[in-house]
Structure formats: C-alpha cells, structure tokens
Design a protein around this ligand. Structure first.
Ligand SMILES: Cc1cc2nc3c(=O)[nH]c(=O)nc-3n(C[C@H](O)[C@H](O)[C@H](O)COP(=O)(O)OP(=O)(O)OC[C@H]3O[C@@H](n4cnc5c(N)ncnc54)[C@H](O)[C@@H]3O)c2cc1C
Length: 481
C-alpha cells in the first residue's frame, strides 16, 4: 500500500521538486511519488503557494493507461470483429485505440484532413476568412479539441479519464497532467500528441480515412446494415458514432432513420476578454512573480450566468462550421503567454426532452445574426462591457433579450467579486457551442436504444463534454462493447 500525504504546502519555486519537499517534511527517502492533486492556493493575497496531495512508496507503480486498463478485459466474441468509427476527435480516436487494443479491426472515417493540413487551413481562415466546410476549428483530425486551450478538466476522475491521461503522457504530454488539479496542454503541444496517436493507431493495424464523410446509413428492422461514405455504400454492422456536437446533419440523418434523440439543456452567451495583468493582480495580489504562478484563471458563478472554459493567457478565436454563421471560442498555447485572458460567460437554456429542434435553431439563429452583423467575413461582433451595460446597440441587438439581461446582471455580480471586471472587459459574441443541445439516447452497453449496431459516443452523443471526458467516453465504450 502506498503512503499518502495530504494538503501539504509547496512553495511556488518548488513546484517541480515535490518529491524533495516531501522528503524534507518526512526526513526520509521516498520513491514513486504520485502527485494526486496540485492546486494553486491564492486565498491570501501576496502569498500564493501550491497545496498538494501525494502518494509514494518504495516500488515503481505503473501509470494507468488504456493499454493497462483494457488488457484485463477479453474481447467479446459475440461482437463482430470489424468496427467502423466516424469522427477523429478525442472520442473517436480513443474508441479506435481502445478497440484495437481489444483486438478489433478498425476503420476510422474523418470528414476533415490530417492535423498538419488542417492547421494550415485554420491559419488561412483566421487570416482571411477563407471558410472550408470540412476543415476548420471544429472539424478535422483531433476534432474540436485540437485547436483549443487543451484544458484537461473533468468533474469526476474515473479509471477511464485517468487512463487517457496516462496515454497522453505516453504520447509525449508532460507528466504533470497526471496530478495537476487543472491540467493544460495548449494547442501547440496537442497537435504533436494527436500525430503520435495517429501513429499508434496505424501501428496497431487501424485504418484512418481522411476526407471521408458519413452521409447516410441504411437500417433494416431497427438494425444498422450499411453506411454511405463519400457517396459509396458499404456493409457495416457496428458503427461508433463520434461525430461531435457540431455535426448537425448527423442528428437530422439519425432522426430520419428513427433513432431516439432527446433535447438537452445547454448554455449560450458571450466571451469576455480582459488584460491578463488585471486577472493576475485580482487573483494573486501585487508583487507576485507571475512567471512562477503561471497566468491566473478564475471561476465565477452568478445567479443568472457563469464563467466557462476560461483561457488564461489565451486568444479569442472566431469559429465556423457553416458558411453563414460564426461563433466565438477560446484557445491558448502551452505557455499561456498572451497578454489577454478570456472566458465564456454563459446563461443556461432549458430544453425539453421532446424538443430536438429548438436548441440547434437558437444556436444557428445567433450564429447567422453574428455573421451578418460583423460584415459576413467571419469576424465576430464585440463591444466593451461598459458600453454593453449602457445598453448601446450591438450585442443587445444580437442576443435574445433574456440572455442579454442575464449577462447584464452577472456582470454587476462579478464586478463585486472582482472589482474592475466591467471596466477592463470586452464582450465578444456569440458563444453557442458550449455543449450538445441533443442527446442520442443509448443503453448501458453504449448502443443506441433504437438502432442496434450504432454506438454514439463523446460530446455529440450528449454524454460527455470536453476533451478529457469525450476521450474517456471513447475508452469506456471500448471497455463495455
Ligand atoms: C476552440 C475550442 C476550444 C476548446 N477548448 C477546450 C478545452 O480547452 N478543454 C476542453 O476540455 N474542451 C475544449 N473544447 C471542447 C472540446 O473540443 C470538445 O468537447 C471535444 O473535442 C469533443 O470531442 P468529440 O470527439 O466528442 O467530438 P469532436 O471533437 O467534435 O470531433 C468530432 C469529429 O467528427 C468529425 N465528423 C463529424 N461529422 C462527420 C461525418 N459525417 N463524417 C466523418 N466525420 C465527421 C468532425 O470532423 C470532427 O473531427 C473546445 C472546443 C473548441 C471549438
């Protein structure tokens, strides 16, 4: 049994020498330190430090990976051997990897391009507004998470998410992601990890087909029998659907074939950008060496809205997956060294289960209106928070009134918590792709309740949100299938 030490203080300068800190505290040599949690404590201004939980012993314990997790489980021989997967985002990549580890033959279809080509397309889009329907910030190898902040947050760490972290370390991510309370990778590192994941899938015998779009399925007596990829039909008994929540045509296609879908509450709003120096000072106080703390983040929850997907030292990016719509999101590089911080401020939108139309309709309406308002060139409407609060037009014209009022109330509330939040803030809108407004209802074994042979997974299925949980959902599927 490993020993455990909880809630001990780690000076900022010692962040990378935690075993030494423990040895000093205990006065003896230790081995195999597993840092379970490392969180920045900045409750006392001017004296930020880390608080740590760690286990240690005298033997080398392996870090959990999907390989270790799945080796314990035998392949279900009643399942067909051949599996098709649609979508090479975190869920599809990890489902492919897990199923290959279990001995299945995997064909992975991705409508977008390999990450190297995709990033070139994205750079062209960000420079000049050249939009490509299947190669953009949402679509392509690595999925929506590839051109992102690369935060690896999850509310609950499970054996599956732990295994994904282990895999990422094996693929080249820094070891600290296994223990940091808020692990972060950054888009620059993510692209290398995704390339390494591709290599691993190919080495295990998986086949990856880029620029290959699932257009239709054929279902007989509630059972899948074939799929249509790039206008060509092919037999398919098992389809893992990891298409993400921006693939709106997939929902329409499934609905037309009688798949059970449900409306799901989600949230919309705007992104707010501040100088990072303001956030650092509000959170840590003056006179702190911010190079040691890293760029400060925040989490704010108000009565009407809350912060979401906060990107310290990040960049607000305009994103599009449809030719007449634009939406904001945030990304960052591993060093989080941009002089700005941004975060979504979002308002919950209740959607009834039997309503599978309103969520996407609202997203689309806002995205189309923003596209028109900003000059149809894929830039996004923005306005200072002060001007928004003085009710000057722009975002008030863009968003439904109840959303604007909810943001207005939240800004005043957050100003009390972080004085200067309004004066220093710029609002950029709309933030609409926070999570899926639809769920593809599935059974405990991961299969669609209404069409046998289809296994919805990841964020688009409505059971996961974020990079880590979507990838973990992929591993979970490989485990239960
Ligand atoms: C700019 C940005 C920043 C983000 N930052 C973070 C962050 O820091 N941390 C975090 O946890 N989450 C972040 N997210 C959210 C995160 O990216 C998603 O939660 C995650 O990628 C969902 O994974 P997924 O595999 O379920 O779906 P996706 O990543 O959406 O992948 C789905 C894939 O399926 C493909 N596809 C769709 N339809 C078809 C079809 N018909 N045929 C073939 N292929 C198809 C798509 O091209 C896409 O590549 C961010 C998202 C964006 C857009």
């Amino acid at each position: 049994m490993p020993n455990k030490l909880e809630q001990f203080k780690v000076p900022l300068l010692q962040k990378n020498n935690i075993p030494e800190v423990i040895e000093k505290l205990l006065g003896k040599k230790i081995f195999n330190v597993q840092i379970e949690r490392l969180a920045l404590d900045c409750r006392r201004k001017g004296n930020p430090h880390f608080v740590c939980n760690a286990t240690f012993n005298t033997e080398i314990a392996p870090i959990a990976t999907s390989e270790i997790l799945l080796k314990k489980y035998k392949k279900n021989n009643e399942m067909p051997n051949d599996v098709s997967i649609v979508g090479a985002g975190p869920a599809g990549l990890w489902a492919a990897y897990g199923l290959l580890l279990k001995g299945h033959k995997v064909n992975l279809y991705e409508q977008g391009k390999p990450i190297e080509e995709r990033f070139r397309d994205i750079r062209r889009f960000l420079k000049g507004g050249i939009f490509l329907e299947h190669s953009n910030i949402f679509f392509g190898e690595g999925g929506a998470g590839a051109f992102s902040d690369g935060k690896l947050n999850t509310r609950n760490r499970t054996e599956f998410s732990q295994a994904v972290l282990g895999d990422l370390i094996k693929l080249g991510a820094p070891e600290e992601i296994a223990y940091l309370a808020k692990p972060h990778i950054g888009t620059d590192r993510l692209q290398f990890l995704i390339k390494n994941m591709r290599k691993q899938i190919l080495e295990l015998g998986g086949k990856i087909h880029f620029e290959s779009c699932l257009q239709d399925i054929s279902v007989t007596e509630n059972r899948l029998n074939s799929i249509c990829i790039n206008k060509k039909w092919q037999p398919c008994e098992v389809l893992v659907l990891a298409s993400g929540h921006s693939a709106r045509n997939i929902y329409a296609m499934l609905s037309a074939h009688g798949a059970q879908l449900e409306g799901k509450s989600f949230a919309i709003g705007a992104r707010i950008e501040h100088p990072q120096s303001f956030i650092n000072e509000s959170r840590f106080g003056k006179g702190v060496d911010y190079k040691l703390t890293g760029a400060a983040d925040y989490t704010l929850t108000g009565k009407t809205a809350y912060s979401f997907c906060m990107c310290p030292g990040g960049i607000v990016v305009p994103c599009a997956s449809e030719p007449n719509g634009v939406v904001t999101n945030g990304m960052s590089y591993s060093r989080r060294n941009s002089p700005f911080a941004n975060s979504a401020l979002i308002v919950p939108c209740h959607i009834e289960k039997d309503d599978i139309k309103s969520g996407i309709a609202l997203q689309r309406q806002l995205e189309n209106a923003a596209f028109e308002m900003a000059g149809k060139n894929f830039s996004v409407p923005k306005q200072s928070a002060e001007s928004f609060l003085s009710k000057k037009s722009c975002l008030w014209d863009l968003m439904p009134k109840h959303i604007s009022h909810a943001l207005e109330a939240a800004l005043y509330e957050f100003e009390k918590k972080m004085p200067g939040f309004i004066k220093n803030g710029t609002l950029i809108a709309p933030e609409t792709r926070t999570s899926s407004p639809i769920r593809i209802v599935r059974k405990e074994n991961g299969e669609s309740v209404s069409i046998s042979g289809i296994y919805p997974v990841g964020e688009g299925a409505g059971y996961a949100g974020g990079i880590l949980t979507s990838a973990a959902d992929g591993v979970r599927l490989a485990y239960v299938i």
